[in-house]
Design a protein around this ligand. Structure first.
Ligand SMILES: [Zn+2]
Length: 374
C-alpha cells in the first residue's frame, strides 16, 4: 500500500489544502489478472458526513491483510476524507461541510460531466476556485476505475444507494453484498454530482469501453449524520469488502465459496447479507420519491421514522407553528403509500423545507422528485 498526499491550491496566497490517497496495486506478476476490476472509494465529500469515513477506517486493515496475503487482484484507490476544504469550514462554531462557503456551491454538484472517460477532457481549473480544483482532481483520481463508490449519509435514514438505471439490475449483487436497505434508480443528472460525473462519461461510448456488466458507480447513503458508530462501521466495512470480493477485486476463497461472511463482527441486523445476487430490499425509481415540504414553519413532531411503511393518508408529522393556540398545529399526511426513507435530524423547519423522503409505490405527483438529493 502506498500513501501519497494530494495538494489543492486555495483561493488566496498562503492557503492550500491536502488529503491523503492510499493505493493498493493489484497483482499482475503472472499476467493472469490484468482484467481484474479496479476500485475507487471516497468518503466525506460532504465533509461532515462521517459514517463512510469510519467504515473506511475499519476496512483498511482488511485491505492490508489481503495485500499481505497476496489476494488483491485489481488496483484499489482509497480517499478516506475527500474534502479538506469543507472539513475546515466552521461558521459561528457550526461545521459547514455541504456547501463551499466561498462560492455557495454544493460540494457534490458542479463536477464536470465528460463526454468520454478521458482525463484530457477535464477542464483547466488553475484559474477557477479551490472547490473546482478539488472536484477536478477527485474526478481525475477516480476515472478509469471500474468500481467507484462515493460514501455519504443522510440526515436520519436507512442505508441506501443511488444507482444509474443503466447499471441495474447488474449491481444487485453489490447492493446485496453491502447489506443496504434500498436502492434508488435515477437516469439523468444535469447538476454534476460526483456519481453523475462517474457514470456520464460511459453513457455514450462503445459497449466494449463502457463495460456496464462490470461497472459500478454509486452514491452510498450510510444512514444518518449521527450514525457514526463502531459496530455499524465494522458492518459497513464488511459490506464494502464483500462487494470487492464479489466483483473480483480481492480474492477471498472463504467468502467466494460460502457466499456469506462469518467474521467476528458479522452484522446480523435486519439488512444483513443473505447471499450473492439476492438483494431483497426496496428498489424504486427516483420519481417515486415524495420529498414532503413543510406547509408551515415551526417545530416538527414526527409520527414516522425511517423504515416505517405507511398507507396513503397516514399521519407523517405535525408542525407546531403557533404553540399554545387553537389551530396552532398542522398535520402532514402521506400523499401515497410507501416506505419512509429519511427524515430530518433537526426539528426546526421553515415553510417549504423538506420534512422527509417517502419512497412511494407509485410516481410522485411532485415534480421535484426527479432530482438527485444526496
Ligand atoms: Zn452527502
Amino acid at each position: 500500500m502506498q500513501k501519497s498526499i494530494e495538494r489543492i491550491a486555495g483561493d488566496s496566497e498562503g492557503v492550500s489544502y491536502e488529503f491523503p490517497v492510499f493505493r493498493f496495486e493489484g497483482l499482475r506478476f503472472d499476467g493472469s489478472d490484468k482484467s481484474a476490476s479496479s476500485a475507487y472509494l471516497q468518503a466525506a465529500l460532504h465533509a461532515g458526513e462521517l459514517p463512510g469515513v469510519v467504515a473506511i477506517d475499519a476496512l483498511m486493515p482488511m485491505l492490508e491483510k489481503a495485500e499481505a496475503e497476496g489476494r488483491i487482484k485489481g488496483d484499489i484507490t482509497v480517499v478516506p476524507q475527500a474534502n479538506p476544504i469543507g472539513r475546515a469550514q466552521y461558521h459561528f462554531g457550526e461545521h459547514q461541510g455541504r456547501f463551499h462557503l466561498g462560492t455557495r456551491t454544493n460540494f457534490n454538484r458542479g463536477f464536470p460531466l465528460l463526454a468520454a472517460p478521458d482525463v484530457k477532457l477535464l477542464p483547466d481549473t488553475t484559474l477557477g476556485t479551490a472547490d473546482q480544483r478539488l472536484k477536478t482532481r477527485l474526478l481525475q483520481l477516480s476515472l478509469g476505475h471500474d468500481i467507484v463508490l462515493d460514501l455519504h449519509c443522510d440526515d436520519e435514514g436507512l442505508a441506501y444507494l443511488y444507482v444509474h438505471a443503466s447499471l441495474w439490475p447488474a449491481m444487485a449483487d453489490c447492493a446485496a453484498a453491502m447489506g443496504v436497505d434500498a436502492v434508488i434508480l435515477w437516469d439523468e443528472d444535469t447538476d454534476g454530482t460526483f456519481e453523475g460525473a462517474s457514470i456520464t462519461p460511459y453513457l455514450n461510448v462503445p459497449a466494449v469501453v463502457a463495460r456496464f456488466d462490470r461497472r459500478v458507480a454509486t452514491t452510498v447513503e450510510y444512514r444518518g449524520i449521527l450514525d457514526v458508530d463502531g459496530v455499524l462501521a465494522g458492518a459497513d466495512a464488511e459490506g464494502l469488502y464483500r462487494l470487492l470480493v464479489a466483483r473480483g477485486v480481492i480474492l477471498d476463497q472463504a467468502l467466494s465459496t460460502s457466499g456469506s461472511f462469518t467474521g467476528p463482527n458479522s452484522f446480523t441486523g435486519p439488512n444483513s447479507f443473505t447471499g450473492p445476487n439476492s438483494f431483497t430490499g426496496i428498489v424504486a425509481p427516483l420519481e417515486n420519491i415524495d420529498m414532503m415540504p413543510a406547509p408551515r414553519a415551526g417545530a416538527v413532531l414526527y409520527d414516522v421514522k425511517p423504515g416505517d411503511r405507511v398507507a396513503k393518508g397516514a399521519l407523517l408529522a405535525t408542525i407546531v407553528h403557533a404553540p399554545g393556540e387553537a389551530d396552532g398545529r398542522t398535520q402532514v399526511l402521506a400523499p401515497q403509500a410507501g416506505i419512509i426513507l429519511t427524515r430530518r435530524s433537526r426539528r426546526i423547519i421553515r415553510a417549504g423545507e423538506d420534512l422527509l423522503k417517502l419512497v412511494g409505490d407509485r410516481k410522485s405527483a411532485d415534480a421535484r422528485s426527479g432530482t438527485l438529493e444526496d
